[in-house]
Write a protein that binds this ligand. Structure first.
Ligand code: GLU
Length: 295
């Protein structure tokens, strides 16, 4: 793939249709839209609906309605990830061929039990930046034969990146240009630390791609030059930089913005209808009121 990013800046807002847009999403969408306009760039909408169990057409329609009401315009049609599953499968296939991923069979419950048993001895199991335990399974060590037999058993499995091997194959310095800031004020040239995530999931038994794989591929395919999103995804950028290096994809510039907190000081949640954009609209607020509240 051509590693130079096209000259005209490309921005995108990439919501998952598993709830209503709240003020935090509005901030992300408006920043992307306004930065694209200011730089005479393109503004794309991408519907990240690979989690089919939680994504619904009603939520997607609500997102479109809210964004239109906010006065944002994006290039049509929006890209819908569920329509490109083969592409994610192909990229995973390349990583399988290079032996950089392995099938992992522990269910969520089994992971919890393994970690719980370890921690019952008074020790702490390492956690990723989102607070989830690193994968305790050991299938990365299986011989090729044993792996084939495990796959042939038909047991559901995820594919996980073998982080140690992957880091050994990364071909460039894993840094990124941060023009916003991370949760601890990180800014400028930022060193990625993918190892903090352990063997991340790239595909699940019920979805051919994880967020990390799909977002990295789509940003590259859509020529996204600027990724503008909330602090909560700052650390995920480390995984995205590693995948870009492994899959020979261009690297965008990144801008992580503050999160909008609720009156209780916590991150807004999609299930809290009171802070939904639709609720503000129904209460008679205008798009300008929303801008005044968040910008
Ligand atoms: N789909 C992700 C979310 O709604 C955002 C992805 C991104 O901006 O990189 O949290």
């Amino acid at each position: 793939m051509n590693k130079t990013v096209s000259k005209q800046p490309v921005f995108r807002f990439a919501p998952s249709p598993n709830g209503q847009l709240h003020l935090g999403h509005a901030l992300s969408a408006i920043l992307n839209h306004d930065m694209a306009k200011a730089e005479r760039g393109r503004f794309l909408l991408r519907i990240e609906d690979i989690d089919i169990a939680r994504s619904t057409p009603d939520f997607e329609a609500g997102i479109v309605e809210d964004l239109e009401w906010l006065g944002l315009d994006w290039e049509k049609p929006a890209r819908r990830q569920s329509e490109h599953l083969d592409l994610y499968r192909q990229a995973l296939g390349k990583l399988i061929d290079r032996d950089l991923v392995y099938p992992a069979f522990l269910t969520r419950g089994a992971i919890k039990t393994a970690v719980g048993e370890f921690e019952a001895k008074g020790k702490t199991w390492p956690r990723d930046p989102d607070g989830a335990p690193l994968y305790p399974g050991e299938e990365r060590k299986l011989s090729a034969d044993a792996r084939q037999r495990a796959l042939a058993s038909g047991k559901p499995h995820a594919w996980r990146l073998d982080m140690t091997k992957a880091l050994a194959h990364a071909t460039e310095p894993l840094t990124w240009q941060e023009s916003g800031s991370g949760p601890d004020g990180e800014t400028g040239v930022t060193a990625a630390n993918p190892a903090a995530w352990g063997d991340v999931v790239l595909s699940r038994s019920d979805a051919p791609s994880s967020y990390h794989l799909a977002v990295t591929l789509d940003d590259a395919l859509q020529g996204v030059s600027h990724v503008v999103r909330g602090h909560d995804l700052f650390h995920a950028t480390s995984v995205h930089r590693l995948l870009q290096s492994l899959l020979d994809l261009p690297q965008p510039a990144y801008h992580h913005h503050r999160l909008i907190l609720g009156p209780d000081g916590r991150k807004l949640s999609k299930s809290n209808r009171d802070t939904g954009i639709a609720a503000f609209r129904q209460a008679g607020k205008t798009p300008d009121d929303i801008r005044t509240m968040i910008l």
